[in-house]
Write a protein that binds this ligand. Structure first.
Ligand code: AVJ
Length: 319
């Protein structure tokens, strides 16, 4: 095992509410809600990798198909000597489809799941000895700056998987505008965006038959129990995911099967039967809709690729 990864520990971890604080705020809210970024502890990151392999979850394999088909075109647009920054790098699997074609000089993985980030970037460094690999642990939705000394002639931010869908459209626009300001002028963004489509296909992707998405959603409650010492009966909640058509998003909730309470630090958070904790929004766009959003954030749309069934899109934007 190589240790050739340059690790920028806590680079992005500026003061902000902790998991404990956000749970207390979110459970006190009406309706109750919590940020999906808390799905990704070690176990949650593994469950997410497993979601990506479920037959109903078309997003991952479709995006991978697009990326491998257009890798050379992307390489031509980005140019040589680049720094590739992956936001929410997870297992750093998708970037492998681009590395041989693009031959960037440096790679920087950013992720909120620390050990997962370290393991994945170590494997990447071992498999691509010519690549200078950096890792920055933290919450890039809070702070986006590049660690000092990590530079490139051309910077390309890689934001795959439709993770942008976790932001509401206004927030997505603000996030892209901040990303544009955090990167040097002329930088590019390669971003995967899930498309609006038949509601049955969308809903099946978030209700896989094997129950992995349900386990992923319920892991939030397990995390509250494990990490915060919350008194919560996980079996008394169930997973629910549906397409909210007017808002063009999949919503995930944890539904209380009965009247009950979660207790944390002596505070009781009461749930009615069927009351929900809203855990995720996953916004879906049309190609034109996302281009308009990117334009509002100050980006030029340089290229967009879709699969034959128009399930998923990959956009290349430049500032
Ligand atoms: C990582 C936010 C893109 O919304 O499809 C998968 C997360 N949630 N199944 C998505 C997720 C439930 C995923 N993103």
């Amino acid at each position: 095992m190589t240790t050739a990864v340059q690790f920028h520990d806590q680079h992005l971890d500026e003061a902000g509410p902790s998991f404990r604080e956000e749970v207390i705020i979110g459970l006190g809210r009406s309706p109750k809600a919590l940020s999906p970024k808390y799905f990704y502890d070690e176990r949650g990151s593994r469950l997410f990798e497993s979601i990506c392999e479920q037959p109903e979850y078309y997003l991952t394999r479709t995006e991978e198909g697009i990326l491998s088909t257009v890798a050379d075109e992307i390489a031509a647009l980005v140019g040589p000597e680049s720094l590739m920054v992956e936001l929410g790098s997870g297992a750093s699997r998708k970037v492998r489809l681009l590395l041989e074609a693009m031959r960037p000089r440096r790679y920087l993985g950013m992720d909120i799941s620390r050990d997962f980030l370290l393991q994945s970037t170590r494997r990447l460094a071992a498999d691509y000895p010519w690549l200078e690999v950096h890792a920055a642990w933290g919450d890039f939705s809070r702070r986006l700056a590049l660690p000092s000394g990590v530079e490139g002639r051309r910077v390309v931010a890689f934001f795959p998987g439709s993770s942008i869908g976790n932001f509401m459209p206004r927030e997505a626009e603000a996030f892209l505008a901040r990303l544009r300001q955090a990167m040097p002028p002329g930088s590019g963004v390669l971003i995967g965006v899930d498309l609006v489509k038949d509601h049955d296909i969308l809903e099946a992707a978030y209700n896989d038959a094997a129950g992995v998405t349900a386990a992923f959603n319920l892991n939030l409650l397990e995390r509250m129990r494990r990490e915060l010492g919350a008194d919560v009966e996980v079996e008394a909640f169930r997973h629910r995911a549906f397409f909210n058509a007017p808002a063009s998003r999949i919503e995930m909730h944890l539904v209380s099967r009965q009247q009950q309470a979660i207790t944390l630090d002596g505070q009781h958070f009461a749930f009615e039967e069927d009351e929900t904790l809203h855990t995720e929004n996953s916004c879906k766009y049309s190609v034109a809709g996302f281009r308009a959003l990117a334009a509002c954030a100050g980006y030029r749309s340089r290229a967009v690729w879709c699969d034959d069934e128009a399930l998923f899109s990959v956009h290349y934007l430049s500032s």
